[in-house]
Design a protein around this ligand. Structure first.
Ligand code: ADP
Ligand code: ZN
Length: 638
């Protein structure tokens, strides 16, 4: 079967998979041929069991009295000689010969019977011809049915054609039922999309002036920020059908199949225009055709088809193509040319208000108890995207059900927040007492360094309950308000907080554990950013030595400086980390009493709140003040 079938221009003109196809000819012919071959083979088998003789041979055998058994059939007589009948049954071979017309067969059978020959009654099969025709028809019909079923299963049009035919997973929704009300925040994006909605509502208004509307818009943002949701909402607001397909569905093994899918998609869309076509993950097909990212001819062909389809449809028809990606930088420039996806709509991670709104949207249908404070949750979830928040709310609802409650309370939300962030609490990880002590001191080390610094974010919770994510404990810091800028001092404080865990291990036990790996990783990344991007090191000052490549995915930065400079960057990073580590150790040594006290308390309680932590610190400061006063009062008396 020809893998290039999808390329055949005639082929693609055939009706799509949703319509009845009328190509019955091929299966019918094949069924017929099969039946003919079958009957021929049957004939061969049958005749090999008999030896054909002449009628006079039969008469001779009869005259010689050699017949053992005779059977008169419609058109022939089958007989067996005594010689054959004496053989074992498997080797017996009967003879047959034609019957001349008009013979008196009744008389002959009587004569034979008198000779002692076994005569089988003549089977009169008047309708045998009709039966034969009928059986053939039934056979052909049955085969035809089965074959048609098989080709349908293969999803193709008619026999075998299905192999190269579009199986594209095009999802068409007549009405998405999603409106802008379901999309929280993202006001800028909504504003840009408003025009498209207006256009779909009322294309004449634009065409009358002669304005050409953009055929496509590119939604750019991190995964889970609501790009699909926004596209659906556009369709919902405009009340038009919504076609969606993922870019990866176009990527096929055989050259040309992706292109035929693109063609199919646009053909289907044209039938129901006005409508929205949404292509998710367009980077799967739309990546740049230069070979840097390893493109191939199938992908190129698909992309070319996509480009020509986009150029091909008249925007006055009312088809708007929306595409989503989180890697706009790898897209082919041709896709972004004016008249194609020239509008770029940024779908950002939500800010505090956006998160609060998202939580509100997702809790609309959920019964909340009175103690729920969504703002607190929104504050705690800086950096989370819409999908995370939707997940969080659902987890909370599930937890409420598990606990047999009628409504979701604040605790459910907080716990599921931790589930989403740190994995579910893992109660059965058994730590030895020593491990537990280490974890407790480690976490208090973080918390104490943070709490004693004025630039640090307040600690809201410390726990040594292990989580499935692998964290044996963690310290949660919650910013009081959202921050978009960080000063160098704040970043240095963050560094000290990050290495505070390791510092506590070192100061108290003189050991280093593997538990600090994640802290070290984060601290190093932060210090590196300070040197390479933020211009916060003495050595490099304002010089940038790295640039961010894919901002919307991992935000990974790549060094773009000489190798010798990169080595110097490393030593600068090391210096910053060492300073932070020394500072953290100093802070903990100076507050050793407090460190012990809080760690012991944490060991007993396993989880302590930020307020409890602050109470310890304040009590300690009061103690210090009063002892300072005492010593001052004592002085004059000396
Ligand atoms: P993307 O396409 O950007 O990866 P989706 O649109 O598939 O993300 O979002 C996944 C889910 O996250 C949505 O179905 C929705 O429940 C939730 N979500 C994301 N962003 C928002 C938002 N701004 N408002 C409400 N829900 C959102
Ligand atoms: Zn740590």
């Amino acid at each position: 079967m020809d893998p290039n079938r999808g390329n055949d221009p005639n082929k693609s003109q055939k009706p799509d998979g949703n319509q009845p196809r009328n190509n019955y000819f091929t299966p019918l012919m094949i069924a017929l041929a099969l039946v003919l071959v079958f009957s021929w083979v049957m004939n061969m088998v049958e005749s090999s069991q008999y030896t054909q003789t002449t009628y006079s041979d039969f008469l001779e055998a009869k005259a010689a009295g050699q017949l053992a058994e005779v059977e008169f059939q419609t058109d022939r007589v089958v007989y067996m000689t005594k010689e054959e009948a004496a053989k074992p049954p498997s080797q017996q071979k009967a003879c047959y010969t034609g019957l001349p017309d008009g013979g008196d067969w009744a008389a002959m059978s009587e004569e034979l019977a008198a000779q002692g020959v076994t005569v089988n009654e003549k089977i009169v099969e008047d309708n045998s011809f009709i039966m034969m025709i009928l059986s053939y028809v039934i056979m052909i019909g049955g085969l035809f049915f089965v074959m048609n079923l098989l080709t349908k299963r293969m999803g193709g049009d008619g026999m075998m054609g299905g192999f190269g035919k579009s199986k594209a997973k095009v999802y068409m929704e007549k009405q998405t039922g999603v409106t802008f009300k379901d999309v929280a925040g993202q006001d800028e994006a909504k504003e840009s999309l408003q025009e498209i909605i207006d256009f779909l509502h009322n294309p004449q208004k634009y065409t009358a002036i002669g304005a050409k509307l953009p055929k496509g818009a590119l939604l750019v943002g991190s995964p889970g920020t609501g790009k699909t949701l926004l596209a659906k909402a556009v369709a919902g607001e405009a009340d038009v059908p919504f076609f969606s397909i993922s870019g990866s569905d176009f990527v096929e093994m055989f050259v040309g199949m992706g292109a035929s899918r693109v063609r199919d998609l646009f053909q289907q869309a044209a039938k129901v225009a006005p409508c929205i076509i949404f292509i998710d993950e367009i980077d799967a097909v739309g990546r740049s055709r230069d070979n840097r990212f390893g493109s191939n001819s199938e992908q190129e062909q698909t992309l070319n088809q996509l480009l020509s389809e986009i150029d091909g449809f008249e925007s006055s028809k009312g088809i708007v193509c929306l595409a989503a990606t989180n890697r706009p930088e790898i897209l082919d420039k041709a896709l972004l040319r004016p008249g194609r996806f020239d509008r770029r709509i940024i779908v950002d991670r939500p800010n505090l208000q956006g998160r609060l709104d998202t939580l509100k949207v997702h809790t609309r249908k959920i019964r909340l108890s009175e103690d729920v404070d969504l703002r607190k949750i929104a504050q705690a979830t800086a950096g989370a995207v819409g999908a995370d928040l939707a997940n969080l709310v659902n987890e909370a609802a599930l937890r409420a059900v598990r606990h047999g409650r009628q409504a979701v309370n604040q605790e459910d939300l907080m716990v599921s927040f931790e589930t989403v962030i740190a994995g579910t609490e893992k109660k059965n990880t058994v730590l030895t007492d020593m491990e537990k002590r280490l974890v407790a001191y480690h976490e208090v080390g973080h918390a104490l360094v943070a709490a004693l610094e004025k630039h640090a974010q307040p600690v809201s919770k410390i726990t040594i309950v292990p989580h499935t994510s692998g964290a044996l404990g963690y310290t949660m810091q919650m910013p009081e308000e959202e921050k978009f800028l960080n000063t160098a001092d704040e970043l240095r404080t963050e560094l000290r907080t990050l290495v505070g865990g390791r510092a506590a291990e070192q100061v108290v036990f003189g050991v280093q554990t593997t538990g600090a790996a994640n802290d070290i990783h984060r601290a190093t990344a932060l210090a590196r950013n300070m040197v390479t991007q933020y211009g916060m090191s003495e050595k490099f000052g304002l010089m940038s030595t790295a640039s961010v490549q894919n901002q919307y995915l991992d935000g990974q930065a790549y060094m773009d400086c000489a190798q010798s400079t990169a080595a110097e960057v490393d030593s600068e990073v090391k210096k910053i980390l060492e300073t932070a580590y020394e500072d953290a150790k100093r802070i903990l040594r100076e507050n050793r009493g407090l460190l012990d006290e809080i760690s012991e308390f944490l060991l007993v309680k396993e989880t302590i709140t930020g307020d409890e932590l602050m109470a310890y610190i304040q009590a300690d400061q009061k103690k210090l003040e009063s002892s300072a006063q005492e010593s001052e009062e004592a002085k004059p008396e000396e």
